[in-house]
Design a protein around this ligand. Sequence first.
Ligand code: ATP
Ligand code: MG
Ligand code: FE
Length: 345
Amino acid sequence: MRVLGIETSCDETGVAIYDTERGLAADVLHSQIAMHAEYGGVVPELASRDHTRRLLPLIQRVLDEAGLTRHQLDAIAYTAGPGLVGALMVGASTAHGLARALDIPVLGVHHMEGHLLAPMLEDAPPAFPFVALLVSGGHTQLVEVEGLGRYRLLGESVDDAAGEAFDKAAKMLGLDYPGGPAVARLAESGNPARLRFPRPMTDRPGLDFSFSGLKTHTLTAIRRLEAEGALDESARADVARAFEDAVVDTLAIKCRRALEATGLRRLVVAGGVSANRRLRERLEREAAKRGAEVHYPRGRFCTDNGAMIAYVGAQRLLAGEHDAPGQMQAVPRWPMDGLQPPDGG
Ligand code: ATP
Ligand code: MG
Ligand code: FE
């Protein structure tokens, strides 16, 4: 089955074709990062308009790259939520219109299920069951995954997501949006011994996270250095390093706890922050100590992309799931624990 996947939940227009027999056939992406950068974050109205402009040409491009015509598609999957409602509606209505024209099934899928299963597109995909750490711009969650649609939320952020914290720290340091990669780059030259930031919520049991206090701590440290006239480039790097170390350490501690609590030895890390090199190194060290394995998506599938949507859609479409005709879905808020396996059981 050849499935066209469409992702438009936020600031990336992603389109891919996944073939359930042959794997990923093609994958294209247009990022709106440069367009939103001058505003310091995503402007929803601009995002929707740009998806409208880009989506059809990208669908043609992915077909060309795969050497297929649209008549060779068997189904369409699109991101139904969570995300920006206007942006979601562009993908949802295009998917439904195209599916109606081609007379093929169409299915709205959950964006975070896409992130969660993105590592399945790699050469050595993780087997079920596993613990997943979902760390993206809008989510920080630990999930016990037994199979497709069998998810148990173990813990999540009570305030900011890890990616959001990276983005806000970047802003305080005068770095461009999106902040994660910029903070990580600046942290490279930082001295890890100069400043130490707190590891929120690690001093008590539990698998929830909180990153908003770390944000305040970062701002306080920057203001203090500024007042001392000491906020030079090397001090900014030290702040970035202290911030990154605190986030990485906090995530690693909770992952270790989640593996202990579930007795599992397989960890999947996905979402934009899973691209972070220091986080990967830290989790690999932890896993090696415990005889556990860690899986990630390749770099370009850590952040939003069409491939993960095509993959998840394919699994569910193959099991017979699809939207009712004309029932396009655009669900801005949609907790993942409401998901079910395709057979409903
Ligand atoms: P969600 O998936 O929760 O709706 P989103 O789609 O905006 O949110 P993603 O596209 O998965 O999130 O990831 C973007 C986030 O990942 C941003 O917050 C960005 O700063 C962060 N990020 C990307 N690369 C890195 C990195 N190397 N280190 C840390 N953070 C990173
Ligand atoms: Mg994004
Ligand atoms: Fe995302």
